[in-house]
Design a protein around this ligand. Structure first.
Ligand code: UDP
Length: 313
């Protein structure tokens, strides 16, 4: 049994990780400043004896009393809409927040686990993306605040590993979806489902030919725990390899919801990657991890969740 600190513990991913860790008998201390996180995601855990919630901004100094076995740093705005609205906070939590979380891990002799992102590959010129690809990121574009913060976070993590001997893990997360995404999160899966359920137009940015590879949250979290428990200290992609165009996703969602929503086309956001697909050879070889839930099944669970939020059609 381990005692694990999760920054961003009230967020979409942080709350699912808390569930998974508690289910296997670990203790969880969730830190969150509730900027994009929500106590609704963790209120079912408040009575759990292994769970503690602390309202804290990890971009400031943090301290957790008692033994800590691992610090998992998941705090950050993670949707393009959010990080465009909160560019400075995004840069701060990726840089100062990572530094503070690493400092906590070092002081406690704990393992450190960084939530990184496929965004470190930018608009990739290598397809699918392997971990040794250095990426194609515009540092001064509007997405740069997220991409460069996460790239800095990876560099800082490796520095603590090399110079302070901290036992570190870095996961590069690919478009993950599932229950507890916010309806107004702005990301494509939640947008399309909410639009289809409420009969609003489906908003495709650009011509819809750009691709993403969508990972269901339960698969993603299983990958996190496998990486946490492994001895792999270098960055590792965790993502589903099934690649879809945004138009294909729109069709699948409207068909599954049975929606009559029309499709509308809007400007493509600046620096929106044209393609994205993980190479997961490393995760499969080192962790024995493969995704098990394909898009249609994952969407079924996610649509069912959003029906409870958005109301019935
Ligand atoms: N997208 C879209 N309509 C939306 C929201 C997003 O067409 O209402 C597109 C977006 O331009 C991008 C893809 O869907 O090409 C995935 O966007 P998301 O914000 O989910 O994630 P990211 O761009 O970070 O992969």
């Amino acid at each position: 049994m381990a005692r694990i600190v999760i920054t961003g513990g009230a967020g979409f991913l942080g709350s699912h990780i808390s569930d998974a860790l508690l289910a296997r008998g670990d203790e969880v201390v969730a830190l969150d400043n509730l900027v994009t996180g929500d106590t609704a995601n963790i209120e079912h855990l408040f009575g759990h004896e292994g769970f503690t919630f602390v309202n804290a901004d990890v971009s400031n100094f943090i301290w957790v009393p008692g033994d800590v076995d691992a610090v998992m740093h998941f705090a950050s705005p993670a949707s393009p809409i959010d990080y465009l609205e909160m560019p400075i906070q995004t840069l701060k939590v990726g840089s100062l927040g990572t530094h503070n979380s690493l400092g906590l891990a070092k002081a406690k002799g704990a393992k450190f686990f960084l939530a990184s992102t496929s965004e470190v590959y930018g608009d990739p010129l290598v397809h699918p993306q392997t971990e040794d690809y250095w990426g194609n990121v515009n540092p001064v574009g509007p997405r740069g605040v997220y991409d460069e913060a996460k790239r800095f976070a990876e560099a800082m993590t490796m520095a603590y590993h090399r110079y302070h001997g901290v036992d570190t893990r870095i996961v590069r997360i690919f478009n993950t979806y599932g229950p507890r995404m916010r309806p107004n999160d702005g990301r494509v899966v939640s947008n399309f489902i909410v639009q289809a359920l409420s009969g609003q137009p489906i908003t495709i940015y650009g011509d819809g030919s750009q691709t993403r590879s969508f990972t269901y949250v339960a698969d993603e979290v299983r990958g996190f725990l496998a990486l946490l428990d492994s001895d792999v200290t270098t960055p590792t992609n965790i993502g589903n390899t099934n690649e879809f165009t945004v138009s294909e996703l729109a069709e699948m969602v409207t068909e599954m919801v049975g929606s009559g929503s029309e499709v509308t086309y809007h400007d493509l956001p600046v620096d929106d990657p044209t393609q994205r697909k993980p190479d997961i050879t490393k995760a499969t070889r080192e962790l024995g991890w493969v995704p098990e839930i394909q898009l249609r099944e994952g969407l079924e669970h996610t649509i069912a969740y959003f029906r409870t939020i958005v109301g019935n059609r």
